[in-house]
Design a protein around this ligand. Structure first.
Ligand code: IPD
Length: 291
C-alpha cells in the first residue's frame, strides 16, 4: 500500500513539475503574503489544486494539508494526511533560479511515512518510504540510494561542516535577530567551543536542503520558522538516508506552535550527530523563535 501511494505521489509530482516548467512566473500573478519577499504565484495555487484534486479523488478518506489552502487553526491530525508544498522555493521560481521543488508527503499519526521532493528544473527526484530507504532518481533515469557514497568524512564537529541556512520572509524582530546572530556565530568562531563552519549555503528551498543533507552534499541544515509542508517530505527522506532531524518541538507537528526550529544532520554515527546538534543547541541558548 505504501509503495502504491509513493508511486502515485511520484506521478503527481512529475505532473506538478510539468506545470512549473510550462509556467512563465514573470507573467504569473505574483501576489504577496506577509511582505514583498513572501510570494505566491498563480502556479503555486494551480499546482496545489491539481495535487489536491488528484489525491482526494484517489484517496477520499485521507486528509489534505497544503501551504496555499492552510488556514490558521488547521492542525495535523492522526488520520493519514497528505502534506503538500506545491512550490517550495517560490522566490527561486519567480527569479528562474533552478532550485525549486514540489514537496509531497504522507503522514500517519503525525509522523511522515512517505516523502517525494521533485525539482523539475534539474530533473532530481528524491523519494523515501519509511523503513525502505531513500533514493535519488536523476534526469537521466539513474536511481541511487542515499546518501550518495562515499559520504565525505566523519562528522566530528561543526568546524568541519558545510551548513545550509535559510532566511525565510521575516526581516525584523526577534526571529530575524536570531537568524542573523546564528549565521554570524556559525561563520565566525564565536560559537560555544569556538566552532567556525566551512561555509554557509542558502539555496532557497528548505525541502531541497533536507534532500541535500540526505545526499550528504550538505552536512547540516538549520532553519527557524519552517512550516510543516516545508520539512515533512524532506524529514522522512533524510531519516531514511541515516540522517537525523532535531526539532525544537520534537514529534509535535502543530503548525501554529511557536518554536518551529529544525536541525537536519547528515548520516553519520549517532554520537557524531548528537555532538553537532549539541553544538548548535548550545549556540542558540535559550533563544527561541516567537510567533
Ligand atoms: C520557503 C522556502 C525557504 C524557507 C522558508 C520557506 P516557500 O518555502 O523553503 O527556503 O526559508 O521558510 O517557507 O514559501 O517557497 O514554499
Amino acid at each position: 500500500m505504501l509503495r502504491k501511494i509513493k508511486d502515485d505521489l511520484v506521478d503527481i509530482a512529475r505532473a506538478a513539475g510539468e506545470m512549473m516548467l510550462d509556467a512563465d512566473p514573470s507573467i504569473d500573478h505574483s501576489d504577496t503574503k506577509k511582505n514583498s519577499s513572501d510570494r505566491v504565484t498563480a502556479t503555486d495555487k494551480a499546482v496545489e489544486k491539481m495535487v489536491q484534486d488528484r489525491l482526494t479523488s484517489t484517496y477520499p478518506r485521507f486528509e489534505f494539508l497544503g501551504e496555499e489552502t492552510f488556514k490558521l487553526g488547521d492542525k495535523l491530525g492522526n488520520m493519514p494526511t497528505f502534506v503538500c508544498d506545491p512550490i517550495d522555493g517560490t522566490l527561486n521560481f519567480i527569479h528562474g533560479f533552478p532550485n525549486t521543488a514540489v514537496s509531497l508527503a504522507l503522514t500517519i499519526h503525525k509522523k511522515p511515512f512517505i516523502g517525494v521532493v521533485y525539482n523539475p528544473f534539474r530533473g532530481d527526484l528524491f523519494a523515501a518510504i519509511k523503513w525502505q530507504g531513500a533514493f535519488l532518481t536523476t534526469a537521466t533515469g539513474e536511481t541511487r540510494r542515499l546518501p550518495i557514497s562515499p559520504v565525505p568524512k566523519p562528522l566530528t564537529s561543526l568546524n568541519d561542516c558545510l551548513v545550509a541556512v535559510e532566511w525565510g520572509p521575516q526581516r525584523e524582530g526577534p526571529n530575524w535577530a536570531l537568524r542573523t546572530s546564528m549565521s554570524q556565530q556559525l561563520m565566525t568562531s564565536k560559537a560555544a567551543g569556538g566552532a567556525m563552519v566551512h561555509s554557509i549555503r542558502s539555496n532557497g528551498s528548505a525541502a531541497l536542503d533536507f534532500c541535500y543533507v540526505a545526499a550528504g552534499w550538505i552536512d547540516v541544515f538549520w532553519e527557524g520558522g519552517c512550516w510543516i509542508w516545508d520539512v515533512c517530505a524532506g524529514w522522512i527522506i533524510l531519516e531514511e538516508a541515516g540522517g537525523m532531524v532535531a526539532s525544537a518541538n520534537p514529534g509535535d507537528w502543530e503548525p501554529t506552535l511557536e518554536g518551529r526550529l529544525y536541525l537536519a544532520v547528515r548520516g553519520a554515527k549517532p554520537a557524531e550527530q548528537k555532538g553537532v546538534v549539541k553544538e548548535l543547541w548550545d549556540m542558540m541558548g535559550e533563544r527561541k523563535f516567537a510567533y
